[in-house]
Design a protein around this ligand. Structure first.
Ligand SMILES: [Mn+2]
Length: 341
């Protein structure tokens, strides 16, 4: 049984390093997203207001798509094999956010795994926390919501304002990212209540939504246009397929990751049950992204082709096969799957 946030917050508070020269090191998961960065940065900033030294531990710099968050460099630390020992020697407490296990933290994992004192705040149900103190709520849409609850408890016990505009903005980015701007199934009444409080503290929703979901570039728009006009429908419009060749990437000058989102547009076509985007990668690999609706289990289907994933989103790949030939094979298998189910 999970203790209340009030109890948890006071236990973590008394677990913070008594020697304030020792650092609270905050660990997000690898391949960072808005939720883990927003949560980690808000926590570090709040801890500093309380007089603690604290930093976010990263394996690589914050990616350009999150640069709009304007996180001050001095809140961050990139852990490398060269500086790992020095960083570890400063550690007073290891605090994992939006993940619970060292193996999810990439190159930073060692610093967490070896820690003497560990705390976890997470919203992943599958989590098996490697920590003495853990607060895991799988129903929370984002980790940022849990962090806001924690920081509010600390505001009461310390009498200090810990969530001002900057921290509120960071936490709002987390909520908007993980709730799909308040549209995914994980969105709850409490998600809106917390978001409302963050807005009252100065958080901006409009700019965050633009940068997180809408901002694009010429190459990406051109690539999407090409991919969509080449799309083909099969099985009375229930299957949608398109291909992205290296040639298309070159012609449109599309940046890395520009193909993201195309498969969702195909899936959203009213008649479509399963959408597939085939993409030519380095080394002759063809990677297939699959998104489905009720009545087509993406994970089950992907498994038949050596891949895997979730019920509504899955992937698989092949090597040494022409993209057109592989597309034909995927279509044939998908049509056969529809016949069977
Ligand atoms: Mn998250």
């Amino acid at each position: 049984m999970q203790e209340t946030m009030n109890e948890f917050a006071s236990r973590v508070f008394s677990y913070l390093p008594t020697d304030k020269r020792k650092e609270v090191q905050v660990f997000p998961h690898a391949r960072v997203d808005g939720d883990c960065v927003g949560t980690a940065v808000a926590l570090v900033s709040a801890l500093r207001k309380l007089g603690y030294s604290a930093r976010v531990m990263l394996e690589v710099a914050i990616p350009p798509r999150l640069s709009f968050m304007n996180v001050p460099e001095d809140l961050l630390n990139i852990v490398t094999t060269e500086n790992e020992e020095e960083i570890f020697s400063r550690q007073g407490l290891a605090f994992a956010v939006d993940c619970s296990e060292g193996h999810r933290m990439g190159a930073c994992g060692n610093c967490f795994i070896r820690a003497e004192k560990k705390v976890v705040v997470d919203h992943h149900v599958s989590a098996s926390p490697e920590a003495e103190l853990a607060y895991v709520d799988g129903k929370s849409a984002s980790c940022a919501e849990l962090m806001f609850m924690l920081l509010k408890e600390w505001e009461v016990s310390s009498g200090k304002a810990l969530v001002d505009k900057f921290e509120a903005d960071c936490l709002m980015v987390g909520i908007q990212s993980d709730s799909g701007r308040f549209s995914y199934e994980n969105t709850r009444p409490s998600t809106f209540r917390i978001a409302a409080e963050l807005m009252e503290r100065g958080a901006n929703v409009t700019d965050n939504a633009y940068h997180l979901f809408d901002e694009t570039c010429e190459g990406k728009v051109l690539l999407h246009g090409m991919a969509m006009s080449n799309m083909k429908l099969y099985a009375d419009g229930r299957i949608a397929v398109t291909k992205i060749t290296s040639d298309m990437m070159e012609k449109t000058n599309a940046p890395e990751g520009a193909a993201d989102g195309i498969v969702n547009v195909l899936r959203d076509i009213d008649t479509v049950l399963a959408a597939f985007v085939l993409r030519e990668n380095e080394g002759g690999e063809i990677r297939v992204n699959c998104r489905t609706k009720e009545g087509f289990d993406a994970a089950e289907f992907a498994q038949t082709l050596g891949g895997g994933g979730h019920r509504r989103a899955a992937g698989f790949s092949c090597k040494n096969m022409d993209i057109d030939a592989f597309a034909e094979k995927v279509v044939a298998e998908a049509c056969a799957y529809l016949e069977r189910t």
